[in-house]
Design a binder for this molecule. Structure first.
Ligand SMILES: Cc1cc2nc3c(=O)[nH]c(=O)nc-3n(C[C@H](O)[C@H](O)[C@H](O)COP(=O)(O)O)c2cc1C
Length: 184
């Protein structure tokens, strides 16, 4: 296994972070990895909004929970109503990934950029967690999100990733589900 494959294989979602901020050069390397993702039609339609201010990160947590309080799925509703849960896990750095609306496949492109950033973070020993929980907020309160988090006009926010130095690492590997490959 080469180093890149090892990093992908052993990466885990990190949900416990140390409070200190990651280094600026590490942040730049993460962003650059996102910028170099593949994109349909080479649109490169992503926009990254970097939150390092604790108050802004806490606001995103609270806004997301508020938006998910009446969600139809019980698991999500329980997360929203769990006062002790910080849905961004108190990470010191959060990136919102938004896509340009006039691109061919902006959501897919943003997912590729997001995954690139997760892998880049892991390669530097930095923890990360992809946060889909924000979806209720992003879909049902888009105008407010655009304004509050300064998302550029003509974009849609899709994903959020929490980043930070790891406070703890879960069990190394999760078993893979069988039957996910067909060879013809
Ligand atoms: C689209 C997407 C949305 C996710 N949303 C959340 C989330 O809101 N909260 C969370 O703690 N983890 C979230 N995760 C992380 C998954 O729970 C995690 O990837 C999965 O359990 C496998 O664990 P691993 O990443 O450690 O391999 C999300 C992952 C993806 C790809």
């Amino acid at each position: 296994m080469n180093e890149t494959i090892k990093i992908m294989r052993y990466r885990r979602s990190i949900r416990r972070f140390l409070p200190e901020q990651i280094k600026d050069e590490e942040l730049q390397a993460i962003i650059e990895s996102g910028l170099y993702a593949p994109s349909a039609h080479n649109d490169q339609p992503w926009h990254f909004t970097v939150l390092r201010d604790k108050a802004m990160i806490d606001k995103l947590n609270i806004d997301s929970k508020e938006a998910a309080k009446d969600f139809h799925d019980e698991f999500v509703r329980n997360m929203a109503n769990n006062e002790k849960l910080h849905t961004l896990f108190g990470a010191p750095l959060v990136i919102i990934v938004s896509g340009k609306d006039d691109a061919m496949m902006p959501r897919d492109d943003c997912a590729a950029a997001t995954e690139n950033m997760l892998i880049a973070a892991e390669s530097m020993g930095i923890g990360a967690c992809w946060i889909g929980f924000v979806r209720c907020l992003f879909e049902n309160h888009k105008e407010k999100v655009m304004e509050d988090y300064k998302i550029p006009e003509g974009h849609t926010p899709y994903y959020v990733v929490s980043f930070g130095y790891k406070k703890s690492v879960p069990q190394r590997e999760i078993e893979r589900k069988p039957g996910r490959v067909t060879y013809l």
